[in-house]
Ligand binder design. Sequence first.
Ligand SMILES: [Zn+2]
Length: 272
Amino acid sequence: MSQPVFFDTHAHLDYPEFQADFTEVLRRAQAAGIAKIISIGTDLDSSSRAVAFSEKHSMVYAAVGWHPANAHEAPADIRAELRKLARHPKTVAIGETGLDYYRLPSTQGGSTDADEEYELKQAEIFQQQLEVAAEAGLNCVIHQRGDCFAETVALLKPMADKVRGVFHCFAGTPGAVQEVLAMNSLVSFTGIVTFKNGQNVRDALAATPLDKFMLETDCPYLAPVPYRGKRCEPAYVKEISEVVATVKGCTLEELSAVTCRTALEFFPKLGP
Ligand SMILES: [Zn+2]
């Protein structure tokens, strides 16, 4: 019996945690039925590394972008560099981008002026990435953390006829799921769905139609049960898929078919 195939749509393969056993990590993913992995860029160097991996490994694809938590380190305009990376045949998306108000400067002894500057810079480079995505005909991998869901939606919405987003590592309410879907965007779920204290995420998953979400690890973070607390890797999409199938009341084969179809449609360059 062949095992169901899944994709890891969000992995940080370029992080130092994977340097020592990179080839083994890919081999274990393949053995677990994880056929494709999207390595996510968090700045221009990280994005270039994702592209380089994609050239070297057939199962690896790249998303190129600048993470909001690093926005303060970004040059004023990242569009030209990003456009070059976006043209690569294995660049399937722009991101991760979005907003992150989780650690505002004021929570670490900074001023509220510093908060404003930080939020403004995040919004600027998010908008630049939406613009490049629209030009390149790519969708965006959206990171949203902290109290800024409404702000994130407000920036994406005016572009919604040109760019779709996947709200990755989704942990919002069922109502927030509806807002995302109303923009023709999607959500994706990580190993948090397996956590004992992850009921809110299981509720969000239950409220999401079967063809409106994708699976991801966000590795090296967020290893699912029974690996919780350890380094996460793409092979663990298998453990995530088992819990997701239970919550959705479907078979692994159905989940495989629908989530792979959703990913291939959302990231057209990921196909065939
Ligand atoms: Zn990430």
